[in-house]
Design a protein around this ligand. Structure first.
Ligand code: A2H
Length: 252
């Protein structure tokens, strides 16, 4: 979108129980989500994948871990020191988002011990890793997609999701944004009367509203930076995740 490269924080979401397609892999497996908002990781409630996008499991240089992302992202990462041989991705498995739905994960900072991979239809193949971590308190797209799954039993059934993977999860208040409140995405969704994750124009408007105001005026409510402004702690939070080997940095 802009001129220079975009910097993403990678969030490592550990696969707690691998689907059968990955059963031959003995190393630890992570879904790697690309985010612009590392400070919101306290509010993660699930992981999003696109049902029809193909993902690969590939060998990294990080503690012998296997990561899951789109092939495109893995190729880019092969030029950023993430693979044993520069430019070469060793693919251990290939599977669709659909084949990964309902996989239990553990992910940094959030109060939820286990979260699940669920479908989001607006995920783009050509951005980030194709894996998105869901923060429905602060991302209108995430909130809209979660409400869609919670409201529509047929939608859950279509993808073989159990109710307990979806229904218990609610937005978690993590950032206070003046005039938008402690759940800014919910506020924007309701104010703009958004109906579903397909409400593209309204969601773009909601995203604009939350994103800028949260960055410039938002204050952390939880964690070690509670009481501090987002713009002052964003980098520290990113560093904390990387130092703990729970995150990384990826450019594209
Ligand atoms: B963000 P940009 Cl709380 N397809 O992370 C669709 N969306 C994607 C994606 C893909 N392939 N890869 C990443 N994203 C999402 C958190 C968040 C994000 C919050 C609020 C706003 C927000 C939790 N989801 O993004 O086009 C990811 O969601 C608002 C823009 O590169 C990532 O950050 O600017 C963001 O979009 C990257 O979008």
């Amino acid at each position: 979108e802009g001129v220079g490269p975009q910097e993403y924080t990678l969030i490592k979401m550990k696969v707690l129980q691998a689907p059968k397609e990955l059963s031959a892999i003995k190393q630890p497996i992570y879904l790697v989500a690309a985010t612009l908002r590392p400070e919101t990781m306290y509010g993660q409630t699930n992981c999003w994948l696109h049902p029809d996008i193909k993902y690969i499991a590939w060998q990294t240089t990080r503690n012998n871990e296997v990561w899951i992302s789109t092939r495109r992202a893995a190729r880019n990462m092969a030029y950023q020191g993430f693979t044993p041989e520069e430019g070469n991705v060793v693919v251990l498995a290939e599977l669709t988002g659909q084949q990964l739905f309902g996989v239990p994960l553990s992910t940094p900072l959030t109060s939820q011990k286990i979260i699940y991979t669920l479908p989001m239809l607006s995920i783009k193949e050509d951005k980030g890793t194709g894996v998105v971590t869901s923060v429905p308190s602060d991302s209108p797209d995430d909130y809209a997609a979660l409400v869609d799954l919670q409201k529509k039993e047929a939608f859950r059934q279509k993808y073989g999701l159990k109710d307990e993977m979806v229904l218990p999860y609610e937005p978690i208040p993590i950032i206070d944004v003046p005039t938008l409140g402690k759940l800014c995405a919910v506020h924007a969704y309701e104010t703009l009367k958004i109906q579903s994750q397909n409400d593209k124009d309204k969601l773009a408007e909601a995203k604009e509203l939350c994103y800028l105001k949260s960055f410039y005026e938002g204050v952390m409510l939880v964690g070690e930076f509670a009481g501090r402004k987002i713009q002052d702690i964003k980098k520290d939070l990113q560093k904390k995740l990387i130092d703990a080997k729970e995150g990384d940095i990826y450019y594209e």
